[in-house]
Design a protein around this ligand. Structure first.
Ligand SMILES: C[S@@+](CC[C@H](N)C(=O)[O-])C[C@H]1O[C@@H](n2cnc3c(N)ncnc32)[C@H](O)[C@@H]1O
Length: 311
């Protein structure tokens, strides 16, 4: 197998989540996709994102199909149980169905090994972007995380799984060595997604019943029940970032002073904050000593969720 030249990511999202996807891409890759396609040298697991459909690990990039065939021919490795698919782009620049079929036939004949469409061991992908033929390993999002959509213990104001997955990536920029705290973690929506992605996260929840439910959720998905039932203001440790889905009036009768205290404590216990709220808290964020570095709005029906990143 040849070396990986770079990674190609294909993303997709409903219009109302576009801003969230772009915020996630800026945090993880430092740039946004062009027509839902992004090239990067950063290797990121597509299943850790709610928006990445696939990652193609590019091993050949050629101007013509003939050149691509010549490269594939040079590889003498036996790939038993391989599958080759055309990686479709999310724009109108895909080649026709007949061309795709013909291409797959031609290339497959030049890969040594047996085909296996149902249970492949090697997933190859080929596509054409900006006039170049790209060939590589196709890593699709497995979407297994949708199993977290229906938790044993849910909560009317819990975050959706997609928002939770995106915010953990935004919090640590996709880096496993960074530590995260969700100090008001409710039933543990972000904790489940962070642990599932292999990130370091801890959680606090002041309400005994909700904290117990968070731990029930964690154990249900095979994780340690790490949520601590305590007031976030008692946290002594310091983390790289905190994710705060701010308690608000409607559900938990949280006053503005209490919200300010929560953001102030976030400043003490973390270098960076991801604040999720139903109204803007820019002045509170500034008052706590944070500087806003990025933001987005997720609008669904009548609801607007503000997501602000500050350091
Ligand atoms: C908006 S909810 C969080 C929901 C959570 N993101 C989820 O998806 O389940 C805010 C939570 O903060 C908790 N909370 C409020 N004040 C707190 C404090 N001082 N320390 C820890 N938790 C607190 C509330 O009990 C509530 O469960």
């Amino acid at each position: 197998m040849n070396q990986i030249l770079k990674y190609m990511y294909i993303v997709n999202y409903p219009t109302f989540e576009e801003e969230l996807c772009l915020l996630e891409m800026r945090a993880v890759f430092g740039k946004i996709p062009d027509e839902k396609t992004l090239f990067s040298n950063i290797e990121f697991n597509p299943s850790n994102s709610p928006f990445i459909k696939t990652r193609l690990d590019i091993i050949h990039e050629k101007d013509t199909i003939e050149e691509l065939l010549a490269e594939i021919n040079k590889d003498t490795t036996v790939y038993d149980n391989f599958k080759l698919e055309y990686v479709r782009l999310n724009n109108n620049n895909n080649i026709s169905y007949e061309e795709r079929l013909d291409l797959i036939k031609k290339l497959s004949m030049n890969i040594i090994g047996t085909h296996n469409f149902k249970n492949p061991e090697f997933n190859f992908g080929v596509t054409k972007v900006d006039g170049k033929w790209l060939f590589g390993i196709d890593n699709k999002n497995n979407y297994e995380w949708h199993a977290h959509d229906n938790k044993p213990c849910s909560y009317s104001n819990s975050l959706g799984v997609k928002v939770a997955k995106a915010v953990v990536n935004i919090a640590n920029n996709g880096l496993k060595e960074k530590t995260i705290i969700d100090p008001c973690c409710g039933v543990g929506t972000t904790i489940v997604e962070a642990l599932d992605a292999g990130y370091q996260i801890e959680g606090y929840e002041i309400n005994k019943h909700i904290a117990k439910n968070a731990n029930i959720n964690l154990e249900f998905y095979g994780f340690q029940p790490i949520v601590v039932n305590d007031d976030m203001h008692n946290i002594k440790k310091k983390y790289d970032s905190s994710i705060i889905d701010i308690p608000y009036g409607l559900f938990s009768h949280t006053s503005e002073d209490e919200q300010q205290d929560i953001i102030n404590t976030a400043r003490r216990i973390s270098n960076k904050i991801i604040l999720i709220s139903f109204e803007e808290h820019d002045s509170m964020i500034a008052k706590a000593g944070f500087k806003i570095i990025d933001r987005c709005v997720v609008t669904k029906g009548r609801f607007k969720r503000f997501i602000v990143v500050a350091e």
